[in-house]
Write a protein that binds this ligand. Structure first.
Ligand SMILES: C=C(O[C@@H]1C=C(C(=O)O)C=C[C@H]1O)C(=O)O
Length: 374
């Protein structure tokens, strides 16, 4: 057969498959009607397993591929049934009743001290707020839990250092709502107590993360690098000591705050050094024009289980922007997954998908739908 002839045959097969697929989807609709009358759940895992085993064993060398194809069809069939049955009533109600923004956002918990990068991100989002500073991420969640803070701001990832694992663990533990996000361009400068030639600086102090983000400059200038609890703490210490030959690596904001002189600007290794921050709240708020959705769930230890969830995002035309997996402490190598994607929950297809996943996946939580300042 020539290439054209084979392709002609493929076209004929596709034509023949389509009405069967549509007929199968119609059957799924009819099943949904009966399930509604009899109060049965959409998912019948045993029946699906039996279908997959039968198909897999009949498909010979393409057993794996056939299972995949049928598993996909069953995912679509369940998605259809969930939307017909209006699954996830509780989640639908929570989304419908969510406010647009908190009535009270006066006290916001964040990391560090005045002049920290978290403080800068906070000012970017809430210029007229009162920051409450904490020395660790757990303290921020605890402050939101106790009501000491109205909201909490946390760094979640850096363009060069990657995700902040500890923050994702806390997000998964508390499952508070995410109501806003922002990205801060992190630019480090070298700042000293007096206006001096940069070559006179021999020792620099900063947070280890900042020191590593400036490693090229430090090595090139043969500087002695010493760690501090934060970039702002380093700036404060340099201001107090008023000594020659030492400097802090910190933000321009921190240098100004502690009245230091900037001896060298932009000393970070990459010019595109960005950190993403999120804002957490005990209550759900969904601002108008929200374009980012976050959720989490866990998955059974089964071949293709993550693939099957991701396929449903693809089928709904949704674009994933982040996926993170964290081990569940009390289980052996079982994982919680955290997902970010672009979308708005007031879009029917998106809401239907969330409600379907809410019904089907263990430990599922919708975390929020918010705007993200880039
Ligand atoms: C169609 C049904 O609903 C679901 C979808 C299935 C399918 O597409 O074959 C099988 C079992 C259920 O999880 C059903 O219960 O038969």
């Amino acid at each position: 057969m020539t290439l054209e002839e084979i392709r002609k045959e493929i076209d004929q097969i596709d034509e023949a498959l389509l009405p069967l697929f549509l007929k199968r989807m119609e059957c799924a609709k009819a099943v949904a009607v009966i399930k509604k009358e009899t109060g049965q759940p959409v998912l019948n895992a045993e029946r699906e397993q039996a279908i997959l085993n039968r198909i897999g064993s009949r498909a010979g060398e393409f057993g794996g591929e056939a299972r995949m194809l049928y598993a996909n069809m069953m995912d679509m069939s369940r998605s259809l049934q969930h939307s017909l049955l209006g699954s996830g009533q509780e989640l639908r109600a929570a989304i419908r009743d969510a406010g647009v923004k908190p009535e009270k956002a006066e006290k916001i918990a964040c990391l560090g001290e005045i002049g920290s990068y978290s403080h800068e991100a906070l000012l970017q989002l809430y210029p007229h707020t009162f920051p409450l500073f904490y020395q660790d991420f757990g303290g921020i969640f605890a402050a939101v839990e106790s009501g000491e803070a109205d909201l909490g701001l946390l760094p979640v990832e850096n363009s060069s250092a990657g995700s902040v694992g500890e923050v994702y663990d806390l997000i998964l533990q508390y499952r508070y709502s995410i109501i806003a996000a922002t990205t801060l361009l992190v630019r480090h400068c070298m700042a000293s107590a007096k206006k001096v030639d940069p070559r006179s600086i021999r020792t620099v102090y900063s947070h280890p993360q900042a020191l590593s983000q400036c490693s090229v400059y430090i090595e090139k200038n043969d500087l002695h690098a010493l760690p501090c609890s934060s970039t702002a703490a380093a700036a404060q210490m340099i201001a107090q000591r008023q000594e020659a030959g030492i400097a802090a690596i910190c933000s321009e904001h921190a240098a100004k705050q502690y009245k230091l002189h900037i001896v060298q600007n932009d000393i970070q290794n990459t010019s595109n050094n960005r950190t993403r921050f999120i804002v957490i709240s005990r209550r759900l708020y969904i601002p108008d024009g929200a374009q980012k959705i976050s959720l989490c769930f866990s998955l059974p230890h089964k071949t293709g289980s993550l693939y099957s969830v991701l396929a449903r995002f693809a089928a709904a035309g949704l674009n994933l922007t982040k996926i993170e997996s964290r081990p569940i402490a009390e289980r052996n190598f079982e994982y919680d997954f955290y997902l970010d994607f672009t979308g708005n929950v007031h879009e029917e297809r998106t809401l239907n998908l969330l409600c379907a996943l809410n019904d089907e996946l263990p430990r599922f939580s919708f975390l929020g739908n918010y705007t993200e300042n880039e």
